[in-house]
Design a protein around this ligand. Structure first.
Ligand code: AP5
Ligand code: MG
Length: 225
């Protein structure tokens, strides 16, 4: 089962991906995490991508698609994946359709996490990230059990460079301009489930599970299997 978590920076894609990958037994494919791993390993892609991430701009489509294609060839993705932060442009969405079709796969649902802009800035400004496993926390909204260390592996938490207010605002602007049009692509295919991304993390999780499982539509576009 292939799913996409779609939404602006700070809408909770990474947070919710943790539950969903466990629930459905499929891996998370976060292009942001893939780029951060390339940067850490100082690969050719990582060196080029770094400037884009630092500015809050999107990395060019060809490079992004190359990473995703490479990831989808790994056997752990064959039962399906949970995309997080991908696709982010209409050409990426069109190419993903082609890629999945050529592998005999298809997208089941696109979960659109809706969160107002002022809430996004607050979430991003306080976000703490585990550099080892990518888990995110927030001192008030989602605090770690022990101050400033990851609950799972005890790694000291860091602030992401691109969460600085001016870069975070730029990322939100880029999302509105270049990524939001991707929704129309999936609405045409009746794959989008609009989910309220406000409220507690548990409340949002329950809404997402309902949206994925709800075969009757219940006010959403009908899923296509
Ligand atoms: P990426 O890493 O994908 O960042 P993003 O889309 O900007 O999204 P975030 O990771 O910032 O937010 P999130 O929705 O995961 O929120 P989270 O769950 O952490 O991309 C980074 C960069 O990589 C891009 O700018 C671009 O340069 C490049 N890139 C990536 N993909 C690309 C692509 N496809 N094409 C081209 N370039 C690409 O939550 C945020 C905070 O809120 C956390 O602190 C969390 O604890 C808290 N929180 C979560 N849910 C709740 C809740 N319900 N209530 C209260 N707090 C909550
Ligand atoms: Mg994320």
């Amino acid at each position: 089962m292939n799913l996409t978590l779609f939404g602006p920076p700070g809408s909770g894609k990474g947070t919710q991906a943790r539950f969903l990958t466990q629930h459905y037994g499929i891996p998370q494919v976060s292009t942001g995490d893939l780029f951060r791993a390339e940067i850490k390993q100082d690969t050719a892609i990582g060196r080029t991508a770094k400037d884009y991430l630092d500015r809050g701009d999107l990395v060019p489509d060809d490079m992004t698609l190359e990473l995703v294609q490479r990831r989808l060839l790994k056997p752990d993705t064959w039962r399906g994946v949970l995309f997080d932060g991908f696709p982010r442009t209409v050409p990426q969405a069109e190419e993903l359709d082609r890629m999945l079709a050529s592998m005999g796969r298809h997208m089941k649902r696109v979960i659109f996490l809706q969160v107002p802009s002022e809430m996004l800035v607050n979430r991003l400004a306080g976000r703490l990230t585990c550099p080892k496993d990518g888990r995110t926390y927030h001192p008030q909204l989602n605090p770690p059990k022990k101050d400033m260390v990851c609950d799972v592996d005890g790694t000291p938490l860091i602030m992401r460079e691109d969460d600085r207010p001016e870069t975070a605002r730029r990322r939100i602007g880029v999302y509105l301009e270049q990524t939001l049009p991707v929704l129309a692509h999936y609405r045409q295919q009746h794959l989008v489930a609009d989910v309220d991304g406000t409220g507690t993390i548990d409340e949002v999780r329950t809404r997402i599970l309902r949206a994925i499982e709800d075969r009757r539509g219940d006010g959403h576009d009908q899923p296509q299997d």
